[in-house]
Design a protein around this ligand. Sequence first.
Ligand code: GDP
Length: 472
Amino acid sequence: NEIATMMEVSVTRIISACMSLGIMVTMNQRLDAETLSIVAEEFGYEVEFITADIEEAIPEEEDAEEDLKPRAPIVTVMGHVDHGKTSLLDYIRKENVIAGESGGITQHIGAYGVTLDDGQKITFLDTPGHEAFTAMRARGAQVTDIAIIVVAADDDIMPQTKEAISHAQAAGVPIVFAINKIDKPTANVDKIKEGLANMNLLVEDWGGKIQSHDISAKTGQGVKELLEKVLLEAELLELTANPDKLGSGTVVEAFLDKGRGYVATVLVQAGTLEIGDYVLAGTHSGKIKAMFDERGNNIEKAGPSIPVSLLGLDGAPQAGDKFHVFEDEREAKQIAVKRTQLQREQSVRTQRHITLDEIGRRIALGDFKELNIILKGDVDGSVEALTDSFQKLSTDEIHINIIHKAVGAITESDVLLASASDAIIIGFNVRPMGNARIVADREEIDIRTYSIIYDAINDLKDAMEGMLSPEM
Ligand code: GDP
């Protein structure tokens, strides 16, 4: 309907143009970039995608090898509710006292850095949980280098533990397990490690490669060793960044402070941020008036992996927005204004996710090699049966990847994972719960629900062969 209006032709002509391309559409369906281009061409128009231009307006220069310096790992803590994520972050925050500092970290700015005895540094994102992690990823921001997954030893491997594992794996972020609450008499560390082994996650003392440490976030037992293991993992990643250029990175949180104006906490990922810099962050811009660290100290500069709160933006950007420093204040401002306009024009889409209907066409075009699936079912048996059958459908052309499977309804967190990983969601005898449907519509995630295993397998098979008749 929109493109018909823009080109001043009737909707039926667009629909029949799509049909002649083998695409069945309804009036309100959104077309992907490629179809839009082809259809527009039929009517003598050329499509220009404005959003892409704006992103490209910010050049991402390659760094020379010799300019890259080591940087501290950035860590997110995840795990099931009440397993001790907040307690662990609090313990680390309180106990880590840098020489010359009078106390622990008192301010909550969304991220904090700690320095270990030997001078090595780790940066923690202070919003625990895989939802925040994946929400950022769905916005295109990958900040975390390593995930600590906390599992309470007096409990079990719980649904959200499994979710956290899938979310970290889908992002390709290495995991270090923290088996928590070992001060409790009911703690059973081996039961947890066995549970992990049953999920094909072999921790070190079970002969595997995944790091894990037994801790108590309450007494602090083992926390230091846990952090050492995080650093070992970081060493393997050889994390580097070029500190000698204009700063860029990701917004962690932002809010309006009555006295100080807009305060944004950002994590510098490359270059160095300095007072007086002109910053563009999401749809906002401004000149940095002041910067603070997590101890409330004024700072002048912040290099890679350093979190800072900054003052001077003309609004509050969203968590996950990227920020860039510009030489020219006007340029930063112009892009911010353009982005705001685009945001208002809801019709301009930045991203489009895969749907079952589209798979066959994309495979035929040869640009689609991997299909990510999130599988939710009512019982373990059906989830496993479907996993097996789906995986058997993998061909040389297309690999089927089950990035997360679990028993239970389809949740908002599943939808965010699908959005971050460009996946489709298949539910067997389960339905979307709570906000999941609304978020799925917004993010354009394809959710398919089935009650007959055979139907689910057949649909996927048909889709891969480009034979699926569109869902009406
Ligand atoms: P979160 O939901 O994962 O952030 O969990 P919290 O950090 O809020 O912890 C949940 C509860 O477990 C709180 O009552 C904590 O005091 C308690 N807790 C956390 N870690 C430990 C621990 O190592 N030992 C004991 N005994 N209790 C803990």
